[in-house]
Write a new protein. Structure first.
Ligand code: GDP
Ligand code: ZN
Length: 450
């Protein structure tokens, strides 16, 4: 079952000076290949921490460290593996790498260790994906979700659905083969019941995708509005610290600033843009162009107006740029009073005073609601866009199947065919079947050495 592939190597720790730097080697015959450069007191035994000296081509000591040998199949990749902890100096690690590259061990591709672990059945696909999620997690909630997925929570959920369909398929196929004989069969009602359960579970899983993608990727949130409405003040108030420059001269934020903010475990990339309006000023017009760009790349926009005065043409110009997008209207400067016309035009606007810090909690709440972050407290797993796409395809088979079963009996042959197709997508989700394209798409987003 476990296959040992050609040896690969990578530096697994970040580049730069550190206490320890780790080199990872995996594949067929790695122990033989490194032995020549390694001096230990006794024989190298699997799963022992060996104090060792790393020797160069001339037998000179290059560095000292700790070496652990994992014998196949009891390793991360399932192959023979060696991990060397050396001193964390890029010079040492690079020299060590060179030595082993000369021995014919090739440099690992991003995520290749985990890919091998997957190919050797050490992890399924959702678990392998969780390794990358875990490494990239920017908030504690994102980390929690990733570690649960790594421990197989999502696989368990999907596998239970697969098992239900497989069971159903077994009944239906028995029905086809032995239809003339007297064997227990499954009724249409029972089939319908199972399919509806599966449908419900898939819908529940799919409902977590928005929050799941938010947790994994974070969102870009752009603050826009005409000059001087208080964008930079709002940026600072949301961050809870001074970062953007606030001035009374309109058009001061010439470029744009961005900072990461964590709200309820969601990583948010907050962007303060320059005021948008037509301008002659060259420097500002670059800022203006960028803010239009940042609106276009934003997942959500905070559209800010000075709510103490009636709206002006500039406000409408900006509004026309954002109204088609996911946005929240922020009525700022309410400490100076709320202009009645504004309250009428934007009744759903969130009233705040960025300067006084009033209304920030309300604004955050509206943001989280809009982002769809609430309502998943009971969920242990959050699916990714890839998962949701496969779940949707599976549902696109199951739903019509339920409808036609409700209306009439369908032949067991057709039923079996449809069930098998619905299963294919769930199989793909956990990686029971994969293609090389899917594999490379998934593992290319990993870092080297993982
Ligand atoms: P931007 O050009 O949109 O980034 O606006 P700034 O944040 O630089 O603010 C412009 C001016 O409005 C500054 O003088 C701020 O002190 C003032 N300002 C911003 N927010 C408020 C607010 O909520 N209340 C009051 N009274 N003044 C504000
Ligand atoms: Zn500003």
């Amino acid at each position: 079952m476990v296959k040992q592939r050609e040896p690969i190597i990578a530096i697994a720790t970040p580049y730069g000076e550190s206490a320890i730097g780790m080199i990872r080697i995996s594949g067929l015959g790695v122990l033989e290949k490194v032995k020549k450069y390694v001096r230990t007191k006794g024989e190298i035994k699997p799963r022992y921490a060996h104090f060792f000296a790393l020797l160069d081509e001339d037998g000179q000591v290059l560095d000292e460290g700790v070496l652990i040998y994992y014998k196949s199949p009891a390793s991360y990749t399932g192959e023979d593996m060696i991990e060397m902890c050396l001193h964390g100096n890029p010079l040492i690690l690079k020299r060590a790498l060179e030595l082993f590259l000369k021995e014919g061990i090739r440099l690992a591709e991003p995520g290749e260790f985990t890919k091998r672990a997957f190919l050797n059945g050490k992890l399924d696909m959702t678990q392998a994906e969780a390794v990358a999620d875990l490494i990239n997690a920017k908030t504690d909630l994102a980390r929690k979700v990733a570690i649960r997925q790594l421990q197989g929570e999502l696989s368990k959920y999907v596998n239970s659905l697969r098992e239900k369909l497989i069971q159903l398929l077994a009944y239906v196929e028995a029905d086809i083969e032995f239809s003339e004989q007297d064997i227990p069969t499954i009724s249409r009602e029972e089939i319908l019941q199972v399919l509806k359960e599966v449908q419900n579970s898939i819908e529940t899983l799919m409902s977590t995708v928005k929050a799941g993608e938010l947790l994994r990727k974070g969102i870009n949130l752009a603050i826009v509005g005409k000059p001087n409405v208080g964008k930079s003040s709002l940026f600072n108030a949301l961050l809870g610290r001074e970062r953007a420059i606030v001035t009374e001269v309109p058009g001061t934020t010439r470029d744009f600033l961005s900072e990461e903010l964590h709200m309820e475990g969601v990583p948010i990339n907050l962007i303060d843009t320059a005021g948008i309006r037509e301008t002659e000023d060259v420097v500002e017009s670059i800022g203006v162009k960028r803010s239009i760009d940042s609106i276009n790349s934003a997942d959500m926009v905070l559209f800010v107006v000075d709510a103490s005065k009636p709206l002006e043409k500039d406000d409408w110009d900006v509004y026309n740029l954002v109204k088609q997008r996911d946005h929240i209207k922020v009525l700022n400067k309410v400490d100076l009073g709320l202009d009645p016309s504004i309250a009428k035009i934007f009744p759903d606007g969130v009233r705040v005073s960025a300067k006084m810090g009033d209304g920030m909690q309300d604004l955050k709440k509206v943001m989280l609601e809009k982002l769809g972050v609430f309502g998943y407290e009971g969920m242990k797993v959050y699916v990714s866009a890839r998962h949701a796409q496969l779940l949707k395809k599976s549902l696109e088979i199951i739903e019509p199947l339920i409808h036609s079963l409700e209306k009439q009996d369908i032949s067991p042959e057709i039923l079996a065919l449809e069930l098998r197709e619905a299963l294919v997508y769930l199989d793909e989700m956990v990686g029971a079947i994969t293609t090389e394209d899917v594999l490379s798409a998934i593992f290319s987003r990993f870092c080297i050495g993982k």
